[in-house]
Design a protein around this ligand. Structure first.
Ligand SMILES: [Zn+2]
Length: 247
């Protein structure tokens, strides 16, 4: 059996200053994901233009819940490309090769060890400290299986090449759609209006039971009815658009 090669935990693509998330980074992450991001500790990898590719989460959330998945792919172009690989059955072939190739298995185990070590380091530098609940548990199926290529690619991008062999391989296989030497950000997410933030959750809460909102919705429905349109959301919207013209 091949010996597990050792990869130092400080094998990270970005240096300490580059990892610090700015307010603009958090805004971009929310736009990329289409929802407000929470508990982002660092940026794990960046586009050549500087935009985040990977969000790094500390091993314990602010709510106290242990969180084993350190790296999350956020760039829509990469996540879509990796989803295509998964849909094409790539993980099954990788799992079979892991079982048959001791050198690959050893390199993948080393990637698992690196993941754990760097997660400990992130826990230490974010003040979270050790998280015994998830000790020895990494993500993506490591160390012996392949269950999520997004996790492996996120790890490869955050660690740099030569750390996660299957993440590196997946990156190679998506090169038709994304490569690290080019910017694919233009048009990849909605940059108009406000980023998803607390305003959205307030909106949801409002819809759930705010009396003023209900009154407004009823008024819109009545207006739509008066205008001869079927009641419903689209009717409400068009009634809103004609405020003043009806009634
Ligand atoms: Zn870019």
């Amino acid at each position: 059996m091949a010996a597990t090669p050792h990869i130092p935990a400080n094998n990270e693509a970005l240096d300490a200053a580059e990892r610090v998330p700015s307010a603009a980074d958090l805004d971009t992450l929310s736009r990329q994901l289409g929802r407000p991001v929470r508990d982002v500790a660092e940026i794990g990898a960046r586009c050549v233009c500087g935009n985040p590719l990977v969000a790094t989460t500390a091993p314990r959330l602010s709510s106290g819940i242990p969180f084993p998945t350190t790296y999350y792919l956020t760039h829509p172009v990469i996540t879509a490309a990796v989803s295509r690989l998964e849909a094409a059955g790539e993980m099954m072939g990788m799992s079979e090769r892991l079982a048959a190739d001791p050198d690959l298995a050893a390199a993948y185990r080393a990637a698992h060890e690196h993941y754990l070590a760097v997660r400990d380091a992130i826990g230490a530098r974010t003040g979270v400290g050790p998280v015994p609940e998830i000790a020895g548990i990494s993500a993506g199926g490591m160390p012996t299986r392949v269950k999520c290529l997004h996790v492996l690619v996120g790890h490869s991008l955050a660690a740099g090449p030569g750390v996660n062999p299957l993440g590196d391989e997946a990156l190679e296989k998506i090169s038709e759609w994304w490569t690290k030497d080019r910017c694919y950000c233009a048009g990849a997410w909605d940059t108009t209006g406000e980023a998803p933030n607390r305003d959205r959750s307030r909106h949801v809460k409002t819809q759930a039971g705010d009396p003023a909102e209900k009154k407004r919705a009823r008024a819109a429905a009545r207006a739509a009815l008066a205008a001869g349109q079927p009641a419903g959301e689209s009717a409400g919207e068009s009634a809103q658009g004609r405020d003043g013209g009806i009634a």
